[in-house]
Write a protein that binds this ligand. Structure first.
Ligand SMILES: Nc1ncnc2c1ncn2[C@@H]1O[C@H](COP(=O)(O)OP(=O)(O)O)[C@@H](O)[C@H]1O
Ligand SMILES: [Mg+2]
Length: 355
C-alpha cells in the first residue's frame, strides 16, 4: 500500500491531471505533474512539477526518483515513456494498457480477441485499401487516425460519394482505421475502477451528447433500460479484468436501436464523462483513481444525486457568473488563460434529485 504522505507522479498536465492532483491532496498525498507545457492546469495546483519532453530520459529518471507511483491523465503519453518509468517505479495502469488504448486498431483487435462487440472495422494503408474497406463495411464509414486523435480530430465521415483520395490525404499517416458508421440511438459511457487486489467499482452508465464531435453534456444516469445498463457495466468490468487494469477505465459505447452495446473506445484514465462524480457521488472518479493506484480500498461509486454535466467550451466560459447564481449548480474552471474555440475551459454540474 502506498500510504498518504507519498507522492503520486502524473504524466500530463491538463484538467484531468489537475483534478487528480486535487483529489490526491484531499487524501494527504502530494502530486508531481510532468508535462512539456510550463503553465498547465495541473501545475497550477501543486508545487511539484517537471517541465520536460516525454522523451527526456534524464528528466524522467529525476521525476521517478521523487515519486512513489506514476499514473497518466491522457493516453497519448508515449508508451515508451511509461516503460522507462515502469523500470523504476510502479506505473498504474500498466504501460501495456497504454499501448492498447493509444492505438485504435490495437484497441479494436484487443476487444475482438475478448469477444466484446464493436463496429465493423478494417485497418487501411492507402486509397485502394480504403476503397476495399468501404466496399466491405459501408455504405457509410468513419475513417480515423490510429493514433493521436481526440475530440473528433483526425476523423472523416465517408460514404460512396466521398472523395476517398482527399480523405486519405487528410489522415496524413501510413495506417488508419475505417469503422462502419453506427446509426446509434445514444452514446453511453461507463467508468470502472479496479484495485490492486482485483476488486472493481463501477459508476452508473451515463449518456453523452456531443457537439461538433466534442462532449457537450453528460446525463447521469443514462435514460436507458436497466438491462442495457447492466450489459454496459458487464462489458466495462470484463475489459478491466482482461486488461488486468489497476486504475480507472472509461468505456465509450454506442447503443443501437436494436439494443446492442458496441464499444467505441477505451480510456484507461479519468474521463470527461465522469466529471459529474465529483459533485454527485460518494467518491469522485479522481479520488477513486488515487485509491486504486495507491492500493487503498476503493470508495463507494454510489450517487447521492442525479446530475447533468455541461462542458464550458471556448467562449462558453464567459457564462461562469450565471453558473454561480444557480443554487443547484457547481462550477469548475481549469485555469486556462485563452478561450480558443473547441478548448475545454471548465464544466458545470447541475445536481438533480435522485430518480
Ligand atoms: N463508427 C462510428 N459511427 C458513428 N459515429 C461515430 C463513429 N465513430 C465515432 N463517431 C462519433 O464521433 C465521436 C468521436 O469519435 P471517437 O472515436 O470517440 O474519437 P475521439 O477520440 O475524438 O473521442 C463519437 O463520440 C461519435 O459521436
Ligand atoms: Mg471518444
Amino acid at each position: 500500500m502506498i500510504e498518504p504522505g507519498a507522492t503520486i507522479g502524473i504524466l500530463g498536465g491538463g484538467q484531468l491531471g489537475r483534478m487528480t492532483a486535487l483529489a490526491a491532496a484531499s487524501l494527504g498525498y502530494r502530486a508531481h505533474v510532468f508535462c512539456p507545457e510550463p503553465d498547465s492546469p495541473g501545475k497550477q495546483v501543486t508545487p511539484h512539477a517537471t517541465t520536460a519532453d516525454y522523451d527526456d530520459r534524464d528528466a524522467l529518471r529525476r521525476f521517478a526518483a521523487t515519486v512513489d507511483v506514476v499514473t497518466f491523465e491522457f493516453e497519448n503519453v508515449p508508451a515508451d515513456t511509461a516503460e522507462i518509468l515502469a523500470a523504476l517505479k510502479p506505473v498504474r495502469p500498466a504501460p501495456a494498457i497504454l499501448r492498447i488504448a493509444q492505438d485504435r486498431l490495437r484497441e479494436k483487435d484487443f476487444l475482438r480477441s475478448i469477444a466484446v462487440p464493436t463496429a465493423a472495422y478494417r485497418g487501411v494503408t492507402g486509397v485502394e485499401s480504403l476503397r476495399d474497406a468501404l466496399r466491405d463495411i459501408g455504405p457509410k464509414g468513419v475513417l480515423k487516425t490510429v493514433r493521436g486523435g481526440y475530440d473528433g480530430k483526425g476523423q472523416a465521415m465517408l460514404d460512396r460519394a466521398s472523395d476517398l483520395a482527399a480523405a486519405w490525404r487528410s489522415i496524413a499517416a501510413d495506417t488508419a482505421i475505417l469503422e462502419g458508421f453506427v446509426d446509434f440511438a445514444c452514446e453511453i459511457s461507463v467508468i470502472t475502477a479496479r484495485g490492486v487486489d482485483g476488486t472493481t467499482a463501477c459508476y452508473v452508465p451515463v449518456e453523452n451528447r456531443h457537439c461538433h464531435h466534442i462532449l457537450d453534456t453528460t446525463t447521469a444516469p443514462a435514460p436507458i433500460a436497466p438491462a442495457l445498463a447492466c450489459r454496459a457495466e458487464e462489458i466495462a468490468r470484463t475489459v478491466a479484468e482482461r486488461l488486468d487494469l489497476v486504475g480507472l477505465l472509461a468505456v465509450e459505447t454506442f447503443v443501437t436501436g436494436g439494443g446492442e452495446v458496441l464499444v467505441n473506445e477505451l480510456a484507461p484514465r479519468p474521463h470527461n464523462s465522469g466529471h459529474w462524480t465529483i459533485d454527485a457521488c460518494r467518491t469522485s472518479q479522481f479520488e477513486q483513481l488515487v485509491r486504486a493506484i495507491c492500493g487503498l480500498p476503493l470508495g463507494s461509486p454510489e450517487r447521492h444525486s442525479n446530475a447533468v454535466m455541461t462542458n464550458l467550451i471556448g467562449d462558453d466560459v464567459d457564462k461562469w457568473r450565471d453558473a454561480l447564481a444557480e443554487p443547484d449548480t457547481k462550477l469548475h474552471l481549469y485555469g486556462k488563460r485563452h478561450a480558443r474555440p473547441g478548448r475545454k475551459m471548465g464544466h458545470v454540474t447541475r445536481l438533480l434529485p435522485l430518480s
